[in-house]
Design a protein around this ligand. Structure first.
Ligand code: SF4
Length: 301
């Protein structure tokens, strides 16, 4: 079988179609690590002495994030703690939870698990069975964001790192445009309102294509879970994902262009929507929200 070659002459393991480059394992890992560190620097994501909570689902993106942060920690002293949210999705989450546990043991990272069932009184499987309930991913997203923020705060973390990759961010940008929800885009990177109860979110893989996370995970011996969440097909995101993948195939670099355009206009969007945004406390749970009752309480209570 004909093997494509890296510029160094070794067999290639990856092809970067947006820059037309074949890469061997060593060059790929070097490029990947360099981009990871550059993203962290460019957006001032970390500093010495931080305590970083990693949202660790056990999927490839969050496991790669944990590995890359553990590697970075050797040069920039900060603390790591991993938080897994168990939504209670039968036949799915227990498998990735096992991987998450194993990766934490392997890297010597403290690991905490929070369950929907404990915080909301119901698993996601039960929540979605209720009459008139919102789409599974909508409920899941609200509950998970709430619990990760609270979990990070309880773990004394001042940063919350999530494994969102370039594909995720490009999808989110397009979804918010297609739904005509620019104010959601304005608060994508940080809440519009200031509250000491929000832990700052960072996304160090936001400029890394999903496919490259998968290659990196394989090269680093991270176990990949191939079973998809049973609710994934119900999400609007899944439609946008297909659309973006089709565009990327025909016009390589589309995902980078979508995300870079968003980063260009993000500042303007924030100043437009930050005016008049006020922080309040949820009347039921006391967590920050814009008014009345927070989304978490509206879903579960
Ligand atoms: Fe939750 Fe939807 Fe992701 Fe499944 S696909 S874990 S329901 S957000």
């Amino acid at each position: 079988m004909h093997m494509e070659k890296c510029r160094c002459g070794r067999d290639a393991v990856a092809y970067l179609h947006y820059s037309c480059q074949h890469m061997c394992a060593a060059h790929f890992i070097r490029m990947f690590d360099k981009r990871f560190r550059k993203t962290v620097r460019q957006f001032s994501m970390l500093k010495k002495g931080d305590r970083v909570a990693v949202g660790l689902s056990g999927g490839k993106d969050s496991c790669v994030l944990l590995h890359s942060l553990a590697e970075l920690k050797k040069d920039l002293p900060f603390e790591l703690v991993a938080i897994t949210i168990d939504e209670g999705i039968a036949g799915y989450r227990s498998r990735t939870l096992r991987i998450a546990r194993r990766e934490c043991e392997r890297l010597g990272v403290e690991h905490v698990v929070h369950r929907f069932e404990d915080e909301a009184g119901k698993t996601l499987d039960r929540l979605v069975k209720r009459k008139d309930s919102a789409l599974p991913c909508t409920q899941c997203g609200v509950l998970r964001r709430y619990m990760l923020n609270k979990g990070a705060r309880e773990a004394d973390a001042n940063k919350l790192a999530t494994g969102h990759n370039l594909d995720d961010v490009a999808q989110t940008v397009l979804m918010n445009i297609m739904r005509n929800e620019p104010s959601r885009l304005a608060r994508f990177n940080e809440p519009l309102v200031k509250s000491g109860r929000f832990v700052r979110r960072i996304r160090p893989l936001m400029l890394t294509p999903e496919k490259e996370n998968a290659i990196y995970a394989m090269l680093k011996g991270i176990e990949l879970e191939r079973v998809e969440c049973p609710y994934a097909h119900t999400a609007f995101r899944s439609h946008v994902r297909k659309m973006l993948n089709g565009s990327e195939e025909t016009y390589p670099g589309t995902k980078f262009k979508v995300v870079n355009s968003f980063l260009e206009i993000e500042g303007a969007l924030r100043s437009r929507y930050a005016k008049g945004a006020a922080v309040a406390e949820c009347g039921t749970c006391g967590e920050p929200c814009s008014k009345g009752q927070c989304m978490f309480c509206r879903i579960v209570r």
